[in-house]
Design a protein around this ligand. Sequence first.
Ligand code: CU
Ligand code: ZN
Length: 212
Amino acid sequence: MLIRACLFSTALFSLAVLASGCASNDERADGSSEEATEEISPRIADALQDGEEPRALVTQARATIEPLGNSGLSGTVTFAPSDLGVQVTYMLDGLTEGVYGFHVHENGSCANGEDGTVGGAAGGHFNPDSTEHGAPNLPARQRHLGDLGNIHALSDGRILGSFNESIASLDGPKSIIGRALIIHANEDDFTTQPTGNAGPRIGCGVITGVEA
Ligand code: CU
Ligand code: ZN
């Protein structure tokens, strides 16, 4: 737990530093920059200018993963805006070595479904473009927005990693906030419709915005 706490502190601290760094860069006449973090400050500035609700100041999101059934899976997944979309970072523990489906599902609930399916209240994969299920490296409209692929558990049960998700957003109609992050018992085959045949739901967390 201590290690996780430190990692998060570091991440938040980095964000703060980057945000302040952006502020000083705003004075550039041509507005150009190659820094991936440039977006953070202008986004906040725009939100303030437009008089939007404080909700618009969300700069990160987080899902605390709880086990479904007796899987033993737990941990945290964070989502931060990046130059290429949303940076997804996962720190999970409690599974046996293997590959597990990893999706954003449409409803922000980890309850059982009406038919008794464990985690079924989360619904299907988040799919605002009404497309087919696919691999996470496919472009928009060739996969569900929620198709984040698979995650790999090490022999000691830990699942650690980070990747960029190109379609998802933390605001607007494609926002993943208020939806559920689901981990499945099996590997997503990227082919079977509409689920990837990833099997039962073994972990779940509602994705919640973290205000600046
Ligand atoms: Cu899923
Ligand atoms: Zn899908």
